[in-house]
Design a protein. Structure first.
Length: 75
């Protein structure tokens, strides 16, 4: 069972160089965003949205891998 829920996914594929996939999700009642390179799903950045601002998110490797697999299935 997932401990998160993907609420939105954006696939940026109109760029001339790198293409990215951004997944917005909730985890432990907090909102997050994680961006991967589309080609190999390498993580580029992850943010937590808190008190009207975004901060770098400290996500576990297990959670990142689970989201990566979920994103791969949805693409």
């Amino acid at each position: 069972m997932n401990t998160y829920e993907i609420t939105n996914m954006i696939i940026d594929d109109d760029f001339d160089s790198e293409e990215y996939v951004t997944a917005e999700f909730t985890h432990d009642q907090m909102n997050y965003s994680i961006t991967f390179k589309k080609a190999d799903l390498e993580i580029m950045n992850a943010w937590i949205f808190k008190d009207g601002t975004s901060l770098p998110a400290d996500l576990s490797d297990t959670l990142i891998e689970s989201i990566r697999e979920d994103v791969k299935k949805r693409m």
